[in-house]
Design a protein around this ligand. Structure first.
Ligand code: IPE
Ligand code: IPE
Ligand code: MG
Length: 244
């Protein structure tokens, strides 16, 4: 069911980013393995992307694996890579049919060759779609993204005076995309964990106590409802206030 946007506040909501947290806790609560939690979490992606399409959202970024997640036990890292590889292969055809444009944000060079190929195929196949832009942040870290961008600017010998916020933005993985308007984190934590630290400068935050595999259409609509009541000011004064 579509979120009822009586006030029109969602008209400026173009980009929703989600820190999909709590797969492990979800599994633990059910006496399942962490891997089963990650499988359930991955299956939830389709449901939420569909609901974002229903709500006419143009961009969604999903944080699936951080640059710090390599520090987890090797078995968990392996199973996360395996689950992503399988889901890319299994889901791409259907996502493509639904008009989803898939992109990857993050380091591709450290991923196994087979996964690199699967990502490239999926990005290539869906590149002309325009129903929704789905960014999968995998081996993504906000600090690493900025370091890579600075390296490219040095390689391009950009003069110091020509380095602006726009030039740096254009070297990020999100080049050409709007900044996230709303960042949702599931499973209750109140931290950013190295996610879109440059792009999030004026994002609205929403933390849900619900673990990611249980975060359903209703939970998403609650986040959109909360967003629609926020007043974004971007450092300015409220224009409706009486002037001095
Ligand atoms: C999110 O779930 C998935 C990844 C970070 C890859 P977690 O695995 O972090 O789940 P919790 O935080 O341990 O519950
Ligand atoms: C953030 O979750 C990363 C992803 C959801 C992919 P983490 O579970 O890794 O974050 P911390 O360790 O609790 O900050
Ligand atoms: Mg976590």
């Amino acid at each position: 069911m579509r979120f009822k946007d009586h006030t029109g506040a969602l008209s400026n909501l173009k980009h929703v980013a989600i820190i999909m947290d709590g797969n492990g806790r979800w599994a633990e609560g059910k006496g399942l393995s962490r891997t089963e939690g990650h499988i359930a979490g991955t299956q939830n992606i389709r449901r939420i992307v569909r609901q974002l399409i229903v709500n006419n959202i143009e961009y969604v970024t999903l944080y699936a694996f951080s640059t710090e997640n390599w520090n987890r036990p090797i078995d968990e890292v392996d199973s996360l890579i395996q689950i992503l590889s399988e889901s890319i292969v299994n889901e791409t055809t259907e996502m493509n049919d639904e008009g989803v444009r898939i992109r990857h944000l993050g380091r591709i060079d450290r991923l196994p060759a087979r996964l690199q190929k699967a990502i490239e195929d999926s990005v290539g196949l869906t590149s002309r779609n325009n129903v929704i832009n789905l960014n999968i942040a995998f081996d993504y870290g906000g600090r690493d993204e900025i370091v890579q961008a600075v390296r490219r600017m040095v390689e391009l010998a950009i003069k110091p005076d020509d380095i602006t916020e726009d030039t740096l933005s254009s070297e990020l993985y999100t080049s050409g995309m709007p900044d996230p308007d709303l960042i949702i984190r599931t499973a209750g934590e109140m931290r950013i964990s190295n996610f879109m630290i440059w792009q999030a400068s004026y994002s609205e935050y929403y933390s849900s106590p619900v673990c990611w595999p249980d975060f359903d259409e209703l939970e998403l609509n609650n986040a959109l409802l909360e967003y629609s009541s926020r007043k974004r000011k971007f450092g300015k004064v409220n224009t409706t206030a009486k002037q001095l």
